[in-house]
Write a protein that binds this ligand. Structure first.
Ligand code: HEM
Length: 154
């Protein structure tokens, strides 16, 4: 039977897919694209990835937070429940790592990709730095996934 909690959970998980799934896919394609050594295509991809972050992933993460809070309230799960706190920590780390470190490294890589005649070594190094922070980000989100499915309590 369809109920409000079910609709919220559907919105929650669908938003997680658009956000974390989208960001993961773009990170892998960006990392692989560095091998092509085609700066023009890399610059276009980074511009599109930034736009995806601002127009889809960002708003989707807000829907995850709001639908999560609504579900916790509706089902009296308790906002101090361990796996819910893990969800909140995931959202905070998403903002910190996403809005600061990933954004800064994406801007640096896009700058190098838009520089004609720049040396490939700096570009590959900037791509590696972005990839590392994206891997940490995705690992943290995967841990929240685990917490949400397994629901560990203290
Ligand atoms: C990075 C952030 C988050 C991710 C990736 C995430 C992911 C998920 C996933 C995959 C599920 C489905 C689990 C299942 O079917 O068993 C889920 C369920 C849920 N999430 Fe989140 N979530 C996040 C943040 C939050 C936050 C911040 C809250 C609360 C404020 C929250 C509350 C819930 C609740 C109440 C459920 C439903 C549990 C159930 O009925 O089985 N989530 N979440």
């Amino acid at each position: 039977m369809v109920n409000a909690y079910g609709v919220l959970k559907f919105l929650h998980v669908l938003s997680v897919i658009a956000w974390v799934g989208g960001v993961t896919g773009l990170a892998v394609v960006t990392w692989r694209l560095r091998r092509e050594r085609n700066r023009e295509i890399l610059a276009v991809l980074l511009r599109q990835a930034t736009s995806y972050g601002q127009t889809i992933a960002g708003p989707a993460s807000v829907i995850v937070l709001l639908s999560g809070v609504a579900m916790v309230g509706m089902a009296s799960i308790g906002f101090r429940t361990f796996w819910v706190v893990w969800g909140f920590a995931g959202i905070l780390l998403h903002i910190l790592i996403g809005a600061v470190f990933i954004r800064r490294r994406t801007i640096e890589l896009a700058r190098l990709a838009s520089t004609n005649g720049g040396d490939d070594q700096s570009l590959l190094e900037a791509a590696r730095k972005l990839w590392i922070v994206q891997l940490i980000y995705v690992a943290i989100m995967a841990s929240v996934f685990w917490a949400m499915v397994v629901k560990p309590t203290m």
